[in-house]
Write a protein that binds this ligand. Structure first.
Ligand code: ATP
Length: 316
């Protein structure tokens, strides 16, 4: 007759982050640092050095994301990047149980006795906020108002008390995580956006230092257009001047953005010719690229801005 003994152990296991999840950003060769860009960068770095999270807020195309990366790169720490998303829950920031690991040992060393031992590990996977808090990374949270406010609640204690609360890890005494002293956070958002964004809690806004961005100054727009398109300065200046004048016309003073300057510049470079009223191709490119913005303003049922674009080009 044989005897059998069995036991079952249940534990929780914490999984570390995959290496490739971290990025160390560096400025690309087409990044330009004009006095305008440097001034904002220096202010943001000063606030971050003192320990405050920085929030770049501004309409589309004002360089928020690029600045956030540039500033993060200057901190010379590993960067974690999160994009705001309406589907986010707090587990997408903090982490969650990601499955089970089961092991069974059958010991029949004494042939009349069978001993089985089973263990089951609940595997907890840290998410980016937890990893950033733990390892002292710089967290860039792009367009954070696209996430629902409750998903961002975890930030409140992280930014103020420097503690990340992870209730699910209470059973292994890791329910509270002391935030690493080098942890820094940079947020971006677009207050002009009217689709797919949420209002932010006052408590969250109160913890951030918000740097409000407007469109770049003319010099920066010219430099960016030149560096992205490889056009000579005189052509970049003409493109930027058309776009800046159009921005002041019509109902939305935020469009067209620097992206229109870059697009016109790149296409003109590809198709050849200069930014002049005698270049028919240039006129066509301007009409097509600026088309989205020009259909909105009408007079007597006729779109007003195509005429305005032609006027601006003819005045070159
Ligand atoms: N300093 C810079 N040097 C070179 N290019 C830049 C610089 N700043 C911004 N750009 C370029 O300008 C464009 C707009 O910048 P960016 O995407 O950062 O703006 P944004 O405010 O985050 O826009 P959105 O809200 O629409 O995402 C991008 O093509 C970016 O590469």
């Amino acid at each position: 007759m044989s005897a059998s003994m069995s036991s079952m152990k249940e534990t929780r296991q914490r999984m570390s982050a995959p290496e490739q999840d971290n990025v160390v950003p560096e400025a690309g060769s087409d990044f330009v640092e004009t006095p305008y860009v440097k001034d904002i960068t220096d202010r943001a770095l000063a606030y971050l050095h003192v320990g405050y999270p920085v929030h770049f807020s501004g309409p589309a195309g004002t360089g928020k994301t690029t600045l956030a990366f540039h500033v993060a790169a200057k901190l010379k720490r590993t960067v974690m990047l999160i994009h705001g998303d309406d589907e986010f829950g707090s587990s997408d920031l903090i982490g969650k149980d990601s499955g089970y690991r089961k092991a069974k040992v059958v010991d029949n060393y004494i042939h009349s006795v069978v001993k089985t031992e089973e263990s089951m590990n609940t595997v907890w996977a840290d998410n980016r906020l937890t990893i950033a808090c733990q390892q002292g990374c710089t967290l860039v949270y792009d367009e954070f108002t696209r996430s629902r406010p409750e998903a961002n609640n975890a930030f409140l204690s992280v930014l103020e008390e420097k503690i990340l609360n992870i209730p699910s890890l209470r059973d292994i005494d890791q329910g509270y995580l002391q935030v690493h002293p080098e942890f820094r956070a940079i947020f971006t958002s677009n207050p002009e956006e009217y689709a797919g964004v949420h209002k932010t809690q006052d408590a969250m806004m109160d913890r951030l230092i918000t740097i409000t961005l407007d469109h770049f100054d003319r010099d920066t727009e010219v430099q960016v257009t030149m560096s992205k398109s490889d056009l000579p300065q005189k052509d970049a200046e003409k493109i930027v001047d058309i776009v800046r004048k159009l921005r002041k016309t019509g109902v939305n003073n935020h469009r067209p953005t620097i992206r229109a300057c870059i697009a016109i510049g790149k296409i003109l470079k590809h198709m050849g010719g200069g930014a002049s009223k005698d270049n028919f191709v240039f006129k066509q490119i301007c009409r097509d690229v600026l088309n989205v913005d020009t259909t909105k303003v009408t007079r007597d049922g006729e779109p007003l801005l195509p005429r305005k674009i032609d006027e601006l080009i003819n005045s070159l």
